[in-house]
Design a binder for this molecule. Structure first.
Ligand SMILES: C[S@@+](CC[C@H](N)C(=O)[O-])C[C@H]1O[C@@H](n2cnc3c(N)ncnc32)[C@H](O)[C@@H]1O
Length: 584
């Protein structure tokens, strides 16, 4: 128990003593919590070894610059801690309760002089949600130092956050070569600096922290805050001890602010054996968000149902020299604020994310549409085409709804061009990486060179995930192009059949079961579920199948018309530039 001589009391808060002879900072921290009514007797904090990767001098130098401590520099210490069960935890047990007085909330940051100045200003900050927690942390540490009520908490906060990519050395950033994350790291660094200098203009922020300390606070808050409802009011808070739980999915615990207890609580959702680590789920996220905001990437970022939330942004461009530029950009912007000069658009693609998947297809179709197709968008939709707009059972977000409602310039020829553009886009993205997906997978088997929890390993996991998504879309486009080839061959044969009929040479029977025919291929695709991802199968069967049906029907209608009809069925089969096939 803590020596009562070293504790003082204010507003019910018990202040921890600052006696440096006290055993260790973790004990001081736990005592402080207990003195203030926290309950966590079924849990214990553990410190793990830091990953050992050989780093060059430059990396070491960089890390020293960002070390942030409220007093003297401790020796290099592990920043990787976790919470373990002391005893067996049955399901539905409240294993942690942290009283309200131990929480740092947004409102506390707003009450500081700098918080007040920010509230009075009209600054448009990059992190408006986090800024007041950051300000409280920085202000309290500077102004109250070791006398702060929260001092025992500050002592256990990680000092360098050297796993956060914004603090990586150039050597570490090089592990991400080719990744879009590099741009996001630059953007994040820039946005933090902009916030810092903007606040410096309206308040004495420079008196309480340097830019590096401000960055440290941003990442500390970003990786440790909880979004809560307190007194019916949405807020964010830093919750000592609860922020020591590491991430794991599927979730094994849940947390809330319990109004009755006036405490933040963590409850088990399942039984957790004695000694096991107690995890919290930080949500279903793409690895780039885990890495950028928390400084780690999940090895196998896959949900129980097999869904993988990893995503990659694809950048598509419209040429301003395209004579159809304005109609196409109009299509791109449908359902959104109109921007007249839009030339590029980014869509985040994730394997089997239906919303972005449809958005991607709609952008690709608009990019490649012919004048006729763009004009035909005002004509009525046929029943077959209507089926292409039917949504699946997922809840629809507004963007998805707007994509679904948009009429697409749909034709087999346009699908071919869309798939060629897709293949070209993903091939260009893949070409930016210095290593292949196969070699990344092999590298990750080597735990000597890529030690668990090291920045080097996390970077590798991130780029591997990006390439997996890109390869999925390459497979998608290739499979679709193969199927389009088969359909176009069948349409040609159907057209030939029409010519034969008109010449009175009899009708060749249609053999739908032949091994290279569309029906056979579609059936095989549906049967061999594991060979191609279901989104690829659905596209080839539903979208391409409907287009095939529509174009076949149209050819037959043409055939039934009197011979004075001048519209050639062949005009429907607009072949694309054969040189573009080199992408395949
Ligand atoms: C809320 S804190 C958890 C406590 C933290 N381990 C500590 O020692 O202070 C979040 C940080 O823990 C680490 N972390 C959490 N889950 C992780 C995981 N699954 N793999 C690797 N690091 C993880 C990351 O550094 C992250 O920024």
């Amino acid at each position: 128990m803590m020596n009562s001589n070293t504790a003082s009391s204010n507003n019910g808060r018990k202040y921890a003593g600052t006696d440096r002879s006290h055993p260790d900072k973790y004990e001081r921290f736990e005592e402080w919590l207990r003195e203030n009514g926290a309950q966590f007797e079924m849990l214990e904090l553990r410190e793990y070894d830091s990953p050992k990767v050989q780093e060059n001098d430059e990396a070491e130098e960089k890390k020293e610059q960002v070390t942030f401590s409220c007093h003297e520099q401790d020796e290099a210490e592990s920043e990787m801690r976790g919470v373990h069960a002391r005893t067996h935890l049955p399901p539905n047990s409240v294993c942690m309760a942290i009283p309200r007085r131990c929480l740092i909330t947004v409102e506390m940051g707003q009450d500081t002089p700098i918080g007040q100045a920010i509230l009075r200003s009209d600054l448009d900050l990059d992190a408006p949600k986090h800024i007041f927690l950051m300000i409280y942390l920085l202000w309290d540490r500077k102004v109250n130092g070791v006398n702060s009520f929260f001092h025992p908490y500050y002592e256990i906060l990680p000092k360098t956050l050297s796993n956060m990519p914004i603090f990586w050395s150039q050597e570490e950033l090089d592990y991400l070569k080719g990744s879009y994350l590099l741009q996001q790291i630059d953007d994040r660094n820039e946005a933090i600096a902009e916030d810092y200098y903007a606040i410096c203009q309206i308040a004495p922020l420079a008196k309480i922290c340097t830019l590096d300390e401000f960055k440290w606070a941003r990442m500390c808050v970003c990786s440790r805050n909880f979004g809560l409802q307190i007194d019916g009011h949405r807020t964010s808070a830093l919750v000592p001890h609860a922020d020591m739980l590491n991430h794991y999915r599927p979730r094994e615990t849940k947390w809330t602010f319990d109004e009755e207890r006036q405490a933040f609580t963590i409850t088990t959702l399942q039984s957790i054996p004695a000694g096991a680590q107690v995890y919290d789920s930080y949500g279903q996220k793409c690895n780039h968000r885990f890495l950028l905001n928390y400084g780690f990437a999940v090895e196998d970022n896959r949900e129980l149902d097999g869904f993988c939330p990893n995503e990659v942004p694809l950048e598509l461009s419209l040429s301003p020299d395209d004579p159809l530029f304005s109609q196409k950009s109009e299509l791109w912007m449908r359902g959104e604020v109109h921007l007249s000069k839009i030339t590029t658009k980014r869509v985040r693609v994730c394997v089997a994310n239906n919303e972005n998947h449809r958005l991607l297809l709609s952008l690709l179709r608009a990019m490649n549409a012919s004048e006729e197709e763009l004009q035909s968008l005002s004509s009525p939709v046929t029943s077959d085409m209507r089926s292409l707009f039917v949504p699946d059972h997922r809840a629809l977000s507004p963007i998805y709804r707007s994509v679904r409602d948009i009429r697409h310039p749909l034709s087999l020829a346009n699908e071919r061009l869309a798939m060629l553009t897709l293949l070209h886009t993903v091939s260009s993205a893949l070409a930016k990486y210095p290593t292949s997906l196969a070699s990344d997978k092999e590298d990750l088997l080597d735990e000597q060179r890529y030690p668990p929890f090291s920045n080097k390993r996390h970077a590798k996991i991130q780029v591997r995930g990006e390439k997996e998504v890109l390869h999925h879309y390459a497979r998608f486009a290739r499979a679709a192009l193969d199927v389009i080839d088969v359909i176009e061959q069948e349409l040609k044969e159907e057209q030939q059949r029409g010519v034969e009929v008109q010449l009175g040479r009899g009708v060749l029977s249609e053999d739908t079961s032949r091994s290279c025919g569309y029906d056979y291929i579609a059936r095989k695709m549906e049967e061999d579920e594991d060979v191609l991802h279901h989104t690829i199968v659905r596209y080839c069967v539903d979208v391409l199948g409907s287009l095939r049906k529509e174009e076949m029907r149209s050819l037959r209608r043409q055939r039934a018309l009197p011979s004075t009809n001048t519209a050639s069925p062949a005009s429907m089969i607009r072949k694309c530039d054969p040189t573009a096939d080199s992408y395949c």
